[in-house]
Design a binder for this molecule. Structure first.
Ligand code: KIV
Length: 301
């Protein structure tokens, strides 16, 4: 069996490795692309083993994992920590790392350096950054440094203060034209895929038909080439009402609460651990110990 190193892991050839090339082929075959966020080893491994095509270590981890108010506070080092953990869990999926706010907006050299850290230290295969046509030159430069880039347009959470809240974008003709320009500019810059967040279905359909790069939608309707959701959203682990586009596939909060309460009750009622859940001395040691204790008792000690 030939072993190929991928992102610091040895890929043994089992299953189908998703690549930037195979994503494009999926688009051409009209074979829907699946993507979920995952931010740690165990989740990434479960998501990967369930056959999801792309694992995104999104900066949404600022809120879902770290409890920040929005995505603006999360740092490069915090993101890297999670990318490395997810890397250890992912074998076949394409691993995408989100560039946090401030890591690519200031200086193109810093942006390339930070993108390279995600590849070199984190084992990411693609980096994602937010913004449309104004990011096209930067994206070209990162790609020139041999780093595939995913674009992200529409409702871009890192612009929350500029947008004045989390608002659906592209609802009027001016907005639609801007989104079309953004999509075409990033497609021409060579993005490996394009995330479309919070835009009307009709606009996402036009973009998907217009660009060669696969579109991955979140709150962008069913015509996108693929769909992404936040892992914590599909499992009710977000402590708030879900957005309109979220579909819940399980109640993780109820499951965890039930298990934790059951453990607490068992410990308090001495139902846990049972004798079967305890280790025992070997028979001979036990017999010897009993003899020793008996002797001590007899000697009055
Ligand atoms: O950070 C994230 O989870 C994302 C997705 C919502 C696309 O960027």
């Amino acid at each position: 069996m030939s072993l190929t190193p991928i992102g610091g892991r040895l890929f043994d050839g089992s299953g189908q490795k998703v690549t930037t090339t195979s994503l494009r082929e999926q688009k051409l075959r009209h074979d829907p692309i699946t993507c979920l966020t995952a931010y740690d080893y165990a989740t990434a491994r479960l998501v990967d083993e369930a056959g999801i095509d792309m694992v995104l270590v999104g900066d949404s981890l600022a809120q879902t994992m770290l409890g920040y108010e929005n995505t603006l506070s999360v740092t490069m080092d915090e993101m890297l920590h999670h990318v490395k953990a997810a890397r250890r869990g992912v074998k076949n999926a394409l691993l995408v790392a989100d560039m946090p706010y401030g890591s690519y907006q200031v200086d193109p050299k810093d942006a390339i350096f930070n993108a390279a850290r995600f590849v070199k230290e984190g084992g990411a295969e693609v980096v994602k950054l937010e913004g449309g046509e104004r990011r096209a030159d930067l994206i070209r430069r990162i790609i020139d440094a041999e780093i595939p880039v995913a674009g992200h347009i529409g409702l871009t959470p890192q612009s929350v203060n500029v947008m004045g809240g989390y608002k659906v974008q592209g609802k009027n003709l001016g907005g639609i034209e801007q989104l079309m320009r953004d999509a075409v500019a990033l497609d021409r810059a060579g993005v490996a895929c394009l995330y479309l967040e919070g835009i009307p279905r009709e606009v996402a359909a036009m973009i998907t038909a217009q660009v060669g790069t696969p579109t991955i939608g979140i709150g962008a309707g069913p015509e996108c080439d693929g769909q992404v959701l936040v892992f914590h959203d599909i499992l009710n682990l977000t402590f708030g009402p879900p957005a309109k586009f979220v579909r819940r596939y399980g109640d993780g909060a109820a499951l965890i609460t039930h298990a934790v309460q059951a453990f607490r009750a068992d410990v308090r009622s001495r139902q846990y651990p049972s004798d079967e859940e305890s280790y025992h001395l070997p028979k001979e040691t036990r017999a010897t110990l009993e003899t020793v204790l008996e002797r001590k008792r007899a000697m009055g000690r």
